[in-house]
Design a protein around this ligand. Structure first.
Ligand code: ZN
Length: 379
């Protein structure tokens, strides 16, 4: 939001990759706790870009990072508690907005494991995912925690997170794009696709002497699983690997596809220097058919490509709804601050459109509309 810009504390310099056509540039703000091992940061960050390129994602990472990461105060507690602290640290929020950083990577000294990057807005393979704009992840699911410390694997071995897992930051960044761990399309999958998993192919028949296995970046239990099975596993610097996939197709190695589908949403999480923009598209779904009776509750949301400039939204309703959403007879019904709201309808369907507003005025109504049925009455 715009008012946070006033608390800008530090200017960061963008180090951008050369402009390559068809590249989606994701701006990333890098933070670090004082006790995080700063010597491990540069190589971890370099590998995020390397993995994006090697995977053919069309994503290049531009760091809001000028030689030293921005300092975040020491955080303690569970991974979740630390993640909330990083997400809500006011100077970091302001810095993210002022630099237009879509994602934030925070290097920390200790986690329960080696990384933590919840991105549940992509879960389930339905709802807000794929090519649909993600309005929720931009607000609280953009932070990846990466540990420079150690953890203990399931065999009791000590794992040096940054040294033993060179693609750790790339792994956590992958989660922020909806990539996940699963090895097979076993429903119900929790990630973006049923088959949004890492490719960890054991030689068949297994093990074949002299043939190494491999694992991709999103695999979660490396390298322990290889130790257990007693053969060599090579770390591939890719989210999915066509060359080594069975039968030469990506089949169920679609972490790459997850990134292809979500990158346009992620790059629009924050847009530096944008101006107030008409929200589009407006979309939604039925929340509850009769709550409270006789109202039908809907969840409605809209995509705002310049949230930095929007201070509130005006919601307009058309009732009776005109099929096709023709822009007549819309009445201003209420305002909301966040780019989504619960909508209640009775007495027949309504269409909704939205304007983005700030102290200097409002945009025109959205070009798209949400048709909200009233289905409670008569039941
Ligand atoms: Zn993971």
């Amino acid at each position: 939001m715009k008012h946070l810009k006033a608390t800008l504390l530090v200017m960061a310099i963008f180090v951008s990759s050369p402009t390559i056509s068809a590249q989606t540039v994701i701006d990333v703000l890098v933070m670090a706790e004082p006790n995080a091992d700063a010597s491990k940061i540069a190589s971890q960050l370099a590998e995020v870009n390397n993995v994006m390129v090697a995977s053919g994602t069309g994503v290049s990472i531009a760091y809001a990072f000028s030689g030293a990461p921005q300092v975040i105060p020491p955080m303690t507690g569970s991974d979740t508690v630390q993640h909330i602290a990083a997400t809500t640290f006011a100077p970091a929020v302001a810095l993210r907005n002022s630099t237009g950083a879509d994602l934030v990577i925070v290097f920390v000294d200790e986690l329960s494991g080696c990384g933590f990057a919840p991105a549940d807005q992509w879960y389930g393979g339905n709802g807000i995912n794929g090519t649909a704009p993600d309005t929720s992840g931009s607000e609280d699911k953009y932070v990846a925690l990466v540990s420079t410390g150690t953890t203990t694997d399931i065999l009791g071995n000590t794992v040096d997170c940054p040294d033993d897992l060179p693609y750790l930051a790339a792994h956590e960044t992958g989660h922020l794009f909806g990539a996940g761990h699963e090895e097979d399309a076993i429903p119900p999958a929790i990630y973006l696709y049923n088959n949004s998993h890492a490719d960890y192919t054991k030689p068949v028949p297994f093990p074949l002497p002299g043939i190494d296995g491999y694992y991709t970046v999103m695999h979660s239990v490396i390298p322990v699983e290889c130790q257990i099975t007693g053969f060599n596993c090579n770390a591939l610097n890719k989210y999915s690997d066509l060359a080594t996939a069975t039968n030469g197709v990506y089949h169920n190695t679609n972490n790459r596809q997850a990134i292809l589908d979500t990158k346009s949403s992620v790059t629009a999480y924050r847009v530096p220097g944008c101006s107030l923009t008409r929200p589009d598209p407006v979309f939604g779904n039925i929340n509850n058919p009769c709550d409270p009776d006789p109202w039908t509750s809907h969840n409605m949301a809209w995509f705002d490509s310049c949230e930095d400039e929007s201070e509130f939204y005006e919601i307009y309703a058309q009732q009776p709804a005109i099929w096709g959403g023709i822009d007549i007879n819309y009445v201003h019904v209420w305002n909301t601050v966040l780019p989504w709201d619960e909508v209640f309808v009775k007495g027949g369907a309504a269409n909704f459109r939205v304007k983005a507003c700030n102290s200097s005025g409002c945009t025109g109504k959205s070009n798209t509309w949400y048709w909200a049925d009233a289905i409670c009455e008569g039941h």
